[in-house]
Design a protein around this ligand. Structure first.
Ligand SMILES: Cc1cc2nc3c(=O)[nH]c(=O)nc-3n(C[C@H](O)[C@H](O)[C@H](O)COP(=O)(O)OP(=O)(O)OC[C@H]3O[C@@H](n4cnc5c(N)ncnc54)[C@H](O)[C@@H]3O)c2cc1C
Length: 403
């Protein structure tokens, strides 16, 4: 350590200045605790800045436990009710940050995610949080006190909060530090995988659908043992993306198929039967174009129906029409893989909630250590739920730390 390095004692050391760490830091500091917030990256809150297309979908008005995945579906209830979406919205309003609902209860900043991050940083500054970026942790000893040796000095505190996030987007700070620390402490870390992530076609499908890149369609998508999501599906040059695909990706397991209803808003079979009666000379393609964009009808129609696409409706019997309707309303597709952590919004799995108090986020076997945010096995749907979990878990930990 050089002459400029610091050696200091705090009430709590928080690792990770992302959404959860910042919320926890400002909450604890407002209660009078001396807080040290250590961030590995050169700036705090990088994922806040890049989220929601730069406008941060910071919460969802419909937030409720049903919108989360976890091995324990009850775990998040306590934190979400102690610090709800309405509490965060109140904080946003108190800080004069303009916001709007985009759709489905999703709230975004009017101007920029910077407004939200700056407000969090202002709160931290006003409450006296000691924030340091570009920090690498060289050694961490969990004891009483906790001692953290870093490139900028050695720090001690009776309490430690781990808010180091998940593995997604390594360039933006995604790290396995929290998981490793949990394992060193003897805690179970449940299997991790990329969530809210585009799915990739097999090589064969990639070639067949290459000219669809950029097309999108409203569809209902489901996976095995999962609820379905109805929203846009976007064809990319590598596979499928768009909100419905991102949502189902959190439920999809490698090797499984997904099921896509390309015509979710109509009874397609009833429409085919009616069209056969009224316009028997129309081809299958002509009917399909009433329900799907032209490019999609042509390319997907050729893939799904083959030569039948050009056949006149009058040449199909009832059973064949039913088969055709089924193939468009339950298109079975086996993705080759997901795009992985490189583009995933979240990491599923993580620190097993059985080890944590749902009221405080403290480790039951080590009551002076807390895990909050994405590192914990709680993952939200697309739409602002993941930030709400970061705010809620950060808040309850911040309120529970001993002064
Ligand atoms: C592209 C993208 C868009 C997203 N959009 C949305 C959205 O609009 N709405 C929504 O709800 N969710 C969104 N998410 C998810 C959301 O960003 C995360 O759920 C949320 O940031 C998790 O908060 P966190 O504080 O737990 O982790 P993070 O925000 O990831 O913060 C963890 C911090 O810890 C730091 N860190 C890691 N290791 C160490 C270490 N060893 N020492 C010190 N610091 C460390 C990291 O650098 C990082 O700053 C998006 C994610 C991505 C990737």
């Amino acid at each position: 350590m050089d002459a400029n390095t610091k050696t200091d004692a705090y009430d709590v050391i928080i690792l990770g200045a992302g959404a959860a760490g910042l919320m926890c830091a400002k909450t604890a500091a407002a209660r009078g605790l001396k807080v040290l917030l250590l961030e590995k990256a050169n700036k705090p809150g990088k994922k806040i800045l890049m989220s929601g297309g730069g406008r941060c979908n910071f919460t969802n008005m419909h937030c409720a436990p049903d919108y989360f995945l976890s091995a324990n579906p009850h775990f998040m209830k306590s934190a979400l009710s102690r610090y709800s979406q309405w509490d965060f919205i109140q904080w946003v309003e108190d800080h004069d940050i303009g916001y709007h609902e985009k759709e489905l209860g999703q709230l975004f900043c009017n101007r920029s995610a910077k407004d939200l991050l700056n407000a969090l940083l202002d709160d931290c500054r006003e409450q006296g949080v000691d924030l340091h970026c570009d920090v690498s942790i060289e050694q961490l000893a969990i004891g009483q006190p906790v001692t953290v040796k870093t490139n900028i000095g050695q720090f001690t505190a009776p309490q430690l909060v781990v808010a180091t996030g998940g593995l997604s987007i390594p360039k933006m700070g995604g790290s396995d530090y929290g998981y490793q620390l949990a394992e060193q402490m003897g805690l179970t870390v449940l299997p991790k995988r990329a969530g809210l992530v585009p799915l990739m076609f097999s090589d064969q499908h990639q070639k067949l659908f290459s000219d669809l890149s950029g097309s999108s369609v409203q569809a209902e998508v489901s996976a095995e043992n999962a609820q379905s999501f109805t929203h846009q599906v976007l064809f990319t040059h590598r596979g499928l993306s768009g909100p419905a695909i991102l949502q189902i990706s959190s439920y999809w397991q490698p090797g499984e198929s997904i099921y896509i209803n390309l015509i979710p808003d109509y009874d397609f079979l009833a429409n085919l039967i009616e069209a056969k009666l009224n316009t028997p000379q129309l081809s299958m393609l002509q009917v399909l174009q009433r329900f799907l964009p032209k490019r999609l009808a042509e390319t997907l129609g050729k893939f799904i129906s083959g030569d039948d696409l050009q056949r006149e409706l009058q040449t199909f019997n009832q059973k064949q029409l039913a088969g055709l309707a089924e193939s468009y309303t339950n298109w079975v597709l086996k993705p080759a893989a997901s795009e992985g952590y490189r583009t995933a919004e979240v990491t599923l799995g993580g620190v097993d909630t059985n080890h944590l108090s749902s009221k405080t986020m403290a480790v039951k076997s080590h009551p002076n250590i807390y895990f909050i945010g994405e590192v914990v096995d709680v993952t939200g749907h697309l739409g602002g739920f993941n930030f709400q979990w970061a705010w809620s878990s950060g808040f309850v930990a911040g309120m529970s730390l001993k002064s």
